[in-house]
Design a protein around this ligand. Structure first.
Ligand code: EPS
Length: 388
């Protein structure tokens, strides 16, 4: 499975083409819309989310509620485009036209300056329109299809928030993936500890008032992945590495951790590695899950636990110094509409990004043209490794 996205933040639409989804997988738009709507929520989102009502139009690859095995294309329209037709339209402009809302002042922390230099865009709107996190709606669409496939195979994925602006929310490690999904869904900041949630919302209010932005830590938790997905035999087949790369590709993400992650550097080996046990019902399992479901680049069959760090969004109302590329003079960065905190929304994005990598790994491991055949192969394999 692979996918491409296209679309500018204030352009006509976002487009996703997904290739390699097996045929005969039941799929309806509501399953994708649920994910798109979840991504739009979360305390700390700005005015743009009141304009957009993200709903998918499936334009190929699905017939009568089932996938065909052909490329699936998804379209999400940008409702804001109606305000941007003259600025974002594709027709050539008359020679004397004044282009509105050009950007010659790069925002620190954004793609503006590097992208402008690289592609020769002196109007850096041409960079920010594509580098905007609006694109994550298209990626959530692909992830939503992946989640449908995983669910049919008994694999569940939940994304939630562990930390905002240094305020940490603990999670009871005994909670199942479905409980994690349900509880976090009820929280405006998508987290567990209500006291921490209140403090997080206070921090978001303060940041908003001060024209600042704040970041945090998202976590994705997965149950049901069979052991042995990915491989140790070649560096580019290690599944944890692929997931880490995919998580790092989410806008504003700066780090990834599996299980105890960086804390492994501070413990002895005997306090890190997870002892191996076996019983009739579960087959092989580990006493603990410090390694977050991966050993040797392969799944261990334990829950996958992966964290991603999101920096504060770089579009600030509070000015930071930058240079105007026309005058080369310093200035205080201009004001753009923005979210003061997008960590809750980013946890939904991360959930879908991880789901896509898992579905991709599954379809690479097993025959994947026809979904019932894939499902049978996965069931047989689970049985085989339980008895190994
Ligand atoms: C974003 C800026 C804001 C966000 C946007 C990402 O949009 P605008 O520039 O239109 O105010 O709302 O996020 C989304 C549109 C979205 O769907 O998540 C940016 O600069 O990255």
């Amino acid at each position: 499975m692979r996918y491409l996205t296209a679309g500018e933040s204030h352009g006509k639409q976002l487009t996703t083409i997904i290739e390699g989804v097996p045929s005969h997988l039941p799929l309806v738009p509501e399953q994708i819309n649920e994910s798109l709507i979840r991504r739009q929520g979360g305390y700390g989102r700005g005015r743009r989310m009141q304009i957009e009502k993200d709903l998918v139009d499936i334009t190929s690859g699905v017939r009568h509620g089932y996938t065909l095995g052909s490329p699936i294309s998804l379209v999400v329209h940008n409702d804001d485009f109606k305000h941007w037709v003259n600025i974002m339209g594709e027709d050539p402009l008359p020679e004397d036209a004044q282009i509105k809302r050009t950007i010659s002042r790069p925002r620190p922390g954004h793609a503006d300056l590097n992208g402008g230099m690289k592609y020769g865009h002196r109007d850096m709107r041409n960079v920010l329109e594509r580098s905007s996190a609006r694109e994550t709606a298209a990626r959530v669409g692909a992830g939503a299809v992946a989640k449908v496939l995983l669910r049919e195979l008994g694999i569940e994925v939940a994304g939630y928030v562990r930390e905002i602006a240094g305020i940490v929310s603990d999670v009871d490690e005994s909670l199942s993936v479905t409980e994690r999904a349900r509880i976090s869904e009820e929280s405006p900041v998508r987290t567990f500890d209500e006291k921490a949630a209140d403090k997080m919302m206070e921090a978001i209010d303060v940041a908003k008032k001060e024209g600042d932005s704040i970041g945090g830590v998202c976590e994705v938790y997965v149950e049901g992945m069979p052991a042995g997905m990915g491989s140790y035999v070649q560096y580019d087949r290690k599944l944890d590495a692929k997931i880490a790369g995919a998580v790092m590709s989410i806008n504003a993400f700066k780090g990834v951790e599996f299980g105890i992650g960086f804390d492994a550097a501070r413990r002895n080996g005997s306090k890190v590695h997870d002892e191996i046990l076996w019983d009739e019902q579960r087959g092989y399992y580990r006493r603990t899950n410090n390694l977050g479901g991966f050993e040797g680049g392969m799944t261990s069959g334990m829950p996958i636990v992966v964290k991603g760090v999101m920096k504060p969004i770089p579009t600030l109302y509070k000015p930071l110094q930058s240079i105007d590329i026309e005058t080369k003079e310093p200035f205080q960065a201009s004001i753009e509409r923005s979210d003061s905190c997008a960590v809750p929304a980013a946890s939904v994005v991360m959930e879908h990004i991880v789901a896509f990598e898992l579905a991709k790994a599954i379809t690479e491991e097993f025959p994947s043209d026809y979904f019932p055949r894939l499902k049978k192969a996965v069931e047989d394999y689970r049985e085989e490794v339980r008895e190994f």
